[in-house]
Write a protein that binds this ligand. Structure first.
Ligand SMILES: Nc1nc2c(c(=O)[nH]1)N[C@H]1C(S)=C(S)[C@@H](COP(=O)(O)O)O[C@H]1N2
Ligand SMILES: [Mo]
Length: 233
């Protein structure tokens, strides 16, 4: 038997054992064609364990400074007509919303200094200012059946989050960065900022927030190319 054959056979056995899932030696799922089978269990565990934990705020000091975000956009900075911009909040909510930036600026302001972590191997300490996503969700009134929140962006980027992470008190829709208005390349007028999720979960140029009771096949721009969906830090 050649090495190739052996590998193939081992893989097949792993597949048979896993019932369609491919595990490595530590039991981590490497290949999961059905997803639904194991995901709900992991999600709920993750939601319970990680989503409500508060991340300590970073204190700036002698050796801790605000950092510089490396602009990371899959398709450049989209043009957004700010005068006519409205954030749409729809789906499983009692009261769908269309909010202008003036509406959003009138909501309670929240500021936090947290670390942005990109899977590509860089991180930056950032001061974010904006509104808690949970405040907006509360105004819209999330229905009891709701479990996920989808984010649509002006550049075609899309993301989905579990509801608990979206409602985390440190998950913001930010319009300000490092004590200045949020620059266009970093997601103006509105982007997600949260210390509980990796950079790719933090959608820039958010135009719509859609509350759902299930996860769709398209779960996120990078997730659909193999990156982890929960993406907790
Ligand atoms: N709409 C949109 N949001 C996005 C991205 C993108 O390409 N488009 N890239 C993500 C990635 S991978 C990272 S690390 C951060 C980078 O944010 P920054 O460009 O403000 O540093 O934005 C995230 N949000
Ligand atoms: Mo990233």
């Amino acid at each position: 038997m050649s090495t190739e054959d052996k590998k193939f056979t081992r893989r097949q056995i792993l597949r048979w054992v896993g019932g369609g899932l491919l595990f490595n030696a530590t039991g981590t799922v490497l290949y999961d064609p059905i997803g639904r089978l194991i995901r709900p269990v992991n999600d709920r565990l993750g939601e319970a364990m990680l989503s409500q934990r508060l991340i300590p705020e970073i204190e700036l000091g002698d050796h801790v400074d605000l950092g510089k975000l490396i602009v990371n956009s899959f398709d450049g900075t989209p043009k957004i007509d700010l005068a006519n911009f409205r954030l749409q909040v729809t789906g499983q909510v009692n009261k769908p919303l269309r909010l202008s930036m003036d509406d959003i600026r009138r909501l309670p302001y929240e500021s936090q200094i947290t670390q942005h972590v990109c899977v590509e191997g860089w991180a930056a300490i950032v001061q974010w200012g904006g509104v808690k996503l949970s405040d907006i969700l509360q105004i819209a009134g999330v229905k009891p059946t709701a479990r996920y929140v989808y984010f649509t962006s002006a550049d075609g980027y899309y993301e989905s989050w579990d509801l608990a992470s979206a409602q985390h008190p440190q998950t913001l829709l930010a319009y300000q960065k490092n004590d200045a208005p949020l620059p266009p390349e970093n997601g103006a007028p509105l982007r997600l900022a949260s210390p509980i999720k990796l950079g790719y979960k933090l959608s820039k140029w958010v135009t719509a927030v859609t509350v759902t009771d299930q996860l769709m096949t398209k779960r996120g721009y990078w997730e659909d190319q193999g990156y982890d969906w929960f993406a907790s830090i």
